[in-house]
Ligand binder design. Sequence first.
Ligand SMILES: Cc1cc2nc3c(=O)[nH]c(=O)nc-3n(C[C@H](O)[C@H](O)[C@H](O)COP(=O)(O)O)c2cc1C
Length: 388
Amino acid sequence: MPRTLKNCHNFTDLKDLAKRRLPGPLYHYIDGAAEDETTYRRNTESFMDVDLVPNVLAGVENIDMSVEVMGYKIDLPIFCSPTALQRLFHHQGERGVALAAEKFNTLFGVSSLGTVKLKDIDDLIKTPKMFQFYFHKDRALNDSMITMAQEANFEILTLTVDTITGGNRERDLKTGFTTPPKLTPKSIFEFASKPAWALNYFFREKFELSQLSSHVNEGTNIAISVGDYFSTMLDQSMTWDDVIKLKENWGRKFCLKGIMSASDARKAVEMKADAIMISNHGGRQLDGGRSPFDQLDEILQEVGGEIEVILDGGIQRGTHVLKAMAMGATACSGGRMYLFGLAAAGQKGVEKALGNMKIEIERDMKLMGVKNLKDLKPHMLRKRQFLA
Ligand SMILES: Cc1cc2nc3c(=O)[nH]c(=O)nc-3n(C[C@H](O)[C@H](O)[C@H](O)COP(=O)(O)O)c2cc1C
């Protein structure tokens, strides 16, 4: 197990270091997924069923891995998906992730369940920012979040559509994880076993869900599990009509996160969304659901060229990004790929995660014989054949 960031050469090393530094319930909240976690595992395993076929002698001294996402040029083909509760994982939280993303000139998503005010993020970085929206029953809260994101100059609104009810995250049931963390004899023991984390959590800036705390106490002052938050606070009656109104209200770039079927991708095109994120929430919602990479081709067959298609989830290696790009994705995104870095060492840890990814993508592009990501084509992929 690596003891220092310097020795973290890949996703697994960062995950191991995060495990060393985090109280158990927090580590399991990040690493865990729904029920038997079959979808979570498949999200990464699906990349193993497709092989890359390289070309050689292509003059690859200088390569360009930039892509354009919703009108913004970013220097990496992968960005940081929105994730909740970041100041619980490291006291720098969203600030650390924002600064690391800016350093690599990539996109960064702030969750509705974020722990730093949107305005503070705007003051901190100049690169494009995405606000991830959860559609609440409380319409005043919805309006206030939209206004906050507009006033804080967020360029992109991403509506997550796969959390209509809470996923059955059994690791959290076992550990009793809530936001904010509840003080019980068991949790006090967990916190005491990671004193550096505990000192930062208890003696730095008070924990809050910054975008929500003026409207609801749940999550900031009243401990609740994330699953229960989704099930009780979000609006289960939400339909495409609500989404169309939300998009109009927002008036800037608009993305739907959690699209998995070709027919929903078609509806996203019809409502003129700018992008979709093919995602199953990192396997944290519907266990038994198909993986984004398995589903990418079917969705591209339906809407490729009509809307930007972002592959979200399961990515641990540069080759995973290359496989998605070769199939035709606009870009990729990931959660745990940078969250373990954040938990391991704050901003420096996220930089390490993005830096490792960048080095891998550069090396892999050269080994594939492509100077530009657009040179990656579906014919450079082969699906492995399995005997029935
Ligand atoms: C700890 C954690 C918290 C998350 N919080 C949110 C969230 O608040 N909003 C959201 O849309 N997705 C959330 N996600 C899902 C991520 O945006 C992304 O879809 C997922 O992490 C992709 O899978 P990966 O972790 O394998 O890359 C969260 C994921 C994790 C691991």
